[in-house]
Design a protein around this ligand. Structure first.
Ligand code: GLA
Ligand code: ZN
Length: 679
């Protein structure tokens, strides 16, 4: 594999820096930028997101613009050799604007317009708001589009939420018209004869009235499309006057937006990740969840991405305000790098004196000191990133992919049942991913529309809904020698949430898995169920799986039984199967089993089908690989709060920060991390 070019042209360094808001300070503290640039040098920060919520500063009155301070800031950044991700300020509108044009405010599903209450208060369709956005974005693009300090564009901020105003409702109906053509077809797709909901006029379609799970699913898709459309609108003037790449900051697996669609609008991927570290019993679990997001962001464009926000220390919006313990900050940031980030940045560079985020972690605290523990932690990351610079542009090409499909998750979540409180789609996907993470098997996180063909093994937990074509592509993948894993609650419905007929898994998958799923037992927390190995099963699986929440009664139609249920009226019936299909294998887990089971299962599977693990390590030790241009880098982490040593199984190299030789064994302190250039 070849190394990728830098995220920002002509900037062959890891980005390190953060959200920077001198506009909150410069009226009263004119030398704030001087102060901050000194801090930036000391912390080895080189990249700043500027102006995210600063519209009122750039346009204090309608049509009156003042860029004098931003001019000076951009020039200063260039002089310092720093880079700026300049924001379009659409995430928060100024007071004067909403006073004069109240219709720019978004409407809740109860028909109330939100005033200037926080941020993200605007409608997606308001022509006036769109025009105001075009004007300010054009000004910014004309003025700074080719500025030497400009690395790229930070479009808005964490786009989210829906608007239910008449304009947005109208747009929804038009979107439905282009999708379904006729009301008759819409009624069919959404099963609207149910409860006499049949539409007879398009005006009856009201997204606020959540009367159909088909509607709820399409409203989710449409909300994503609204955001994409708004983002495309924002980008027009930027592309006209600037040659720098655009992105917007995502929020991991936030359920409200299908980020694969947003990714299509971005030139590069950026994410905000705040692990929190408040689960004291399971630090590795917290790390694995973060890595899951990282692997998705690398997979979205199959290239390095940017961690746009993280906290240098604590968070003010979690239940607890816990400090990062020594080592943890470096491990958290390097974890993103290990999983493909070519830059790590913070919210926020300097802590404000007021406002609701004055307690949020920052590089520069109220004490204004370079001597704080947090400041030193940040500076250490800056130094580390300089030392590991050769890693830049490398990436990972995993043999394994985990499917996390926003549509499939939403389809199940908006459906009534089964077991309303125990669907846990996200948690389930994370549990499967975690087993791979523990086994140090690199994985991409993809969606069901992604290309499966490059992978040896694809795992798609709870892929409840199928887009057209997905079943066919699964079939083709397995026929051509791929190994596929599905679970209970797979392929129950089509893309409009209508159940498949003639037996689950539907869409033609019954044949691929060689089984029929007759019924699903939704267990209460008191129910006890478990699975045990079938004799001489071809996987050689010998453990036991504790079952919770879901257990399907399946009937093999050619599949080989690997495990059976241990209790209740279906004791002895199959619970874990594999079907040899074409040149590949389709596994089916009929029940929700515990993490230990998943770990054992994937360990067996990897051994059986020749999927490589990077290294076998004790619990809490995580290893990840980046490579390119013939160079290989292994990242090591200890996410346990205790020192751990482990053998290296022939791996040799040089630790890039200390310069020490690495061979035979490695010892890492609590929350320790290391980056090794392999020989
Ligand atoms: C989000 C936002 C930031 C800030 C942080 C606080 O990620 O994008 O503006 O509010 O949360 O953690
Ligand atoms: Zn609207």
């Amino acid at each position: 594999m070849k190394k990728f070019p830098p995220l920002f042209k002509g900037f062959p360094q890891f980005a390190h820096g953060g959200d920077y808001n001198p506009d909150q300070w410069w009226h009263d503290t004119p030398d704030i930028v001087d102060q901050d640039m000194a801090f930036a040098r000391a912390a080895k920060c080189n990249t700043f997101s500027v102006g995210i919520f600063s519209w009122g500063e750039w346009e204090p009155e309608e049509g009156k613009f003042d860029f004098s301070r931003l001019d000076a800031l951009m020039d200063r950044m260039a002089a310092e050799g720093n880079h700026v991700l300049l924001a379009t300020p659409s995430a928060a509108f100024p007071n004067w604007m909403v006073n004069k044009y109240p219709q720019i405010a978004k409407m809740t599903s109860n028909g109330v317009r939100t005033p200037l209450a926080g941020r993200h208060c605007h409608c997606w369709r308001s022509p006036i708001y769109r025009e105001k956005v075009t004007i300010i974005n054009t000004k910014l693009a004309q003025r700074y589009g080719r500025h030497p300090a400009l690395a790229g564009w930070h479009i808005s901020n964490e786009y989210n939420t829906a608007c239910y105003c008449p304009l947005c409702t109208e747009a929804f109906r038009n979107w439905l018209k282009s999708r379904y053509g006729t009301l008759e077809e819409l009624n069919r797709a959404w099963w609207m004869r149910f409860w006499s909901h049949t539409y007879t006029r398009w005006e009856q379609v009201q997204p606020g009235l959540n009367c159909s799970d088909g509607l709820a699913l399409d409203w989710f898709r449409f909300t994503t499309e609204q955001i994409c459309d708004f983002m495309r609108h924002e980008i027009v003037p930027l592309k006209q006057y600037s040659d720098r790449p655009v992105t917007t900051n995502m929020m991991g697996y936030y359920p409200g937006v299908d980020y694969w669609r947003i990714a299509e609008v971005c030139d590069f991927i950026a994410d905000d990740r705040y692990p929190g570290w408040t689960d004291l019993k399971d630090f590795p679990g917290t790390a694995a969840r973060a890595a899951f997001c990282h692997d998705m962001h690398r997979a979205m464009k199959k290239r390095p991405w940017l961690l746009m926000e993280s906290t240098p220390s604590n968070l003010n919006w979690q239940p607890y305000y816990r400090l990062k313990r020594p080592g943890l900050h470096r491990a958290e940031e390097l974890l993103a790098v290990a999983h493909g980030a070519d830059g790590v940045m913070y919210f926020q560079f300097r802590k404000g004196r007021g406002g609701s985020e004055k307690m949020h972690g920052a590089v520069v605290d109220h004490a204004r000191s370079t001597g704080t523990r947090v400041f030193r932690d940040v500076a250490e990351v800056g130094e580390t990133l300089e030392k590991i610079r050769p890693v830049l542009g490398t990436s990972t090409v995993p043999e394994v992919a985990v499917v996390f499909d926003w549509d499939a998750m939403t389809a199940l979540n908006v459906s009534g049942g089964p077991s309303q409180s125990r669907k846990l789609v996200m948690e389930t996907i994370l549990a499967h991913y975690r087993a791979l993470w523990e086994l140090n098997i690199p994985a991409d996180v993809i969606e069901s529309r992604s290309d499966f063909s490059g992978y040896k093994l694809v795992i798609a937990p709870m892929l409840y809904a199928l887009h057209p074509g997905v079943a066919g592509r699964i079939r083709e993948f397995v026929e051509n020698g791929g190994v596929w894993v599905s679970t209970y609650l797979t392929a129950y419905v089509n893309e409009t949430n209508l159940c498949f007929l003639d037996g689950f898994p539907g869409g033609g998958l019954r044949e691929v898995f060689g089984l029929w799923n007759e019924e699903l037992d939704g267990l209460t927390p008191e129910d006890r169920q478990f699975i045990t190995p079938a004799e001489d099963n071809m996987l050689g699986w010998t453990g036991r799986g504790e079952v919770a929440d879901f257990a399907e009664r399946i009937h093999p139609e050619g599949a080989e039984v690997l495990g059976v249920y241990g209790s209740d009226f279906y004791a002895g019936e199959p619970a874990l199967t594999v079907n040899a299909f074409g040149r590949g294998f389709a596994y089916y887990q009929a029940a929700r089993c515990d993490g230990k089971f998943l770990h054992d299962f994937y360990e067996r599977l990897a051994a059986k089908h020749g999927v490589k693990t990077l290294l076998k390590t004790p619990p809490g030790i995580h290893v990840m690989l980046r490579e390119g241009d013939g160079e290989k880098y292994l990242f090591f982490f200890n996410f346990q709060p205790k020192v751990q040593s482990f053998p290296l199984d022939g791996i040799t190299g040089t630790e890039m920060v200390t310069g020490e030789r690495v061979e035979k064994a490695m010892t890492l302190p609590a929350f320790g991390s290391a980056v090794v250039r392999l020989d």
